[in-house]
Design a protein around this ligand. Sequence first.
Ligand code: F6P
Length: 530
Amino acid sequence: MNDLVRGSGPERQPAWKKLTELAARLARRPVAELLDDQERNQALRIDVAGLSLDFTKQRLNHEALTTLTTLARQQQLPARIEQLFAGAALNTSENRPALHTALRAGPGDAPEHAGRVVAETLARLQRFAADVLAGRRCGSSGRAFTDLVHIGIGGSHLGPELVVDALQARGRGLRCHFVANVDGDVLTRELSGLDPETTLFVVVSKSFATLETRENALAARSWFLERTASTDALAEHFVAVTANVAAAGEFGIAEPMIYPLWDWVGGRFSLWSAVGMPIALAAGPEAFAGLLEGARHMDQHFRHAPLLENAPALLALTGIWNFNFLGAGTLAVLPYASRLRLLPDYLQQLEMESNGKSVQHDGSPVGVHSMGIVWGGEGTNGQHAFHQLLHQGTRSFAADFIVIAHRDHDLEDHHRWLLANALAQSQAMMAGQDSNDAHRRVSGDKATTTIVMERLEPSTLGALLALYEHKVFCQGVIWNINSFDQWGVEVGKRLALPIHAQLAGAQTVNQDASTRYLVEHLRSPDRTGP
Ligand code: F6P
């Protein structure tokens, strides 16, 4: 039996009880007061891989910090980290490893079977990207590719779009158009104005069975064939990235244009594989290599640094502290960088699809809260929208600020204002404001973490994303849940099938009264046309 199935919930560990007592004691102390302890502050700052993490605005003292790491040890975190990298079947409900670290490992660092196929696929992908960008590989009519339409959803979309958007300043490659939603407006909008002769389609789907991706890929293929009238041309213009090579072949994608994925890579952990093809084609093969290198650096740190100096572990433990002991219900992700504006969306899937679970590995209920809601938006825009609630609302939350030390543009004072606002917001959340007027009073004492990226470049971005991946893993280990499955999303997919048929005219049988009414309302004769 997998030893994970014998694990138990964290609330049964001695450290849990101690943390409950410490939280009650610390709840009475203003966070600002804790900052007087320089040794504590030192322990709450970590520099790694071009990132500086500052946890000093957390409601933590040295004792709470060390007790959190004791809890992590009692939940076997160090052993689980080794198992993760070694390829143990940590995804217990599907009996699979979660070997995304192998996608960016150095030679000899990943299990052999994975290392080999990853190296082959990566070399192929990088060659393809270099050839396309150099104009050695063109569309079927001999014209160079100018645009890439990426079709995929969830883990087959969010990472590539985030990275392409973040690195577009260095883009010398193809213009990328991302089509995820089955809302036909998206595909229509993205295809409008494109020239099929210079457009490359990349269909990304681990299963090659996801409804949205299938519908969009079929419609894109029709669009292409209507304009080129050449099935032969498909072979030059359609790429697939999938673990279901047979289905991609049946769809009509030529074998040399199919890039494999493996069942030991979860969709939301897959951007480091050929799923990241748009990154190489938009920002260049070197940028893709830099991204992998930054993630590798974070992997090595995560694997070898002691827990008290381990950035992903501390990010996870402060999260556990806020969610399980201090009553936070949500995590606000606040990138003060427009180029990271898609980070909250990406982290929503990573964190909520991974750790939004209510049973432990053995199927018994979790006895404590698992992941809360992740949300957020780019600073400074959020300050003029939702920050009011953060400063004066009644709900408890945790927040991560992400800032970039060096700018990539010429507007020096803009950048200074951006940084000043990020620091002012976390300061206001911590210190609050006293006033005789209750309407102006800001209680403060809100826990936040600030992550400073030295620069927004491929390697630091890779390190940042790997940091969060490992944070998610650590929290799953502590909650004793499987971070690598997502059974909850299946039920809606199953229910959509009969509803789709009923919208098309089938009898509305076996529906609850509410759904039946809505189906009939939506398919009434005057709504069936375009
Ligand atoms: O429905 C959820 C999900 O399975 C995600 O886990 C996944 O990233 C996404 O759909 C897309 O799946 P696929 O890559 O198989 O198309």
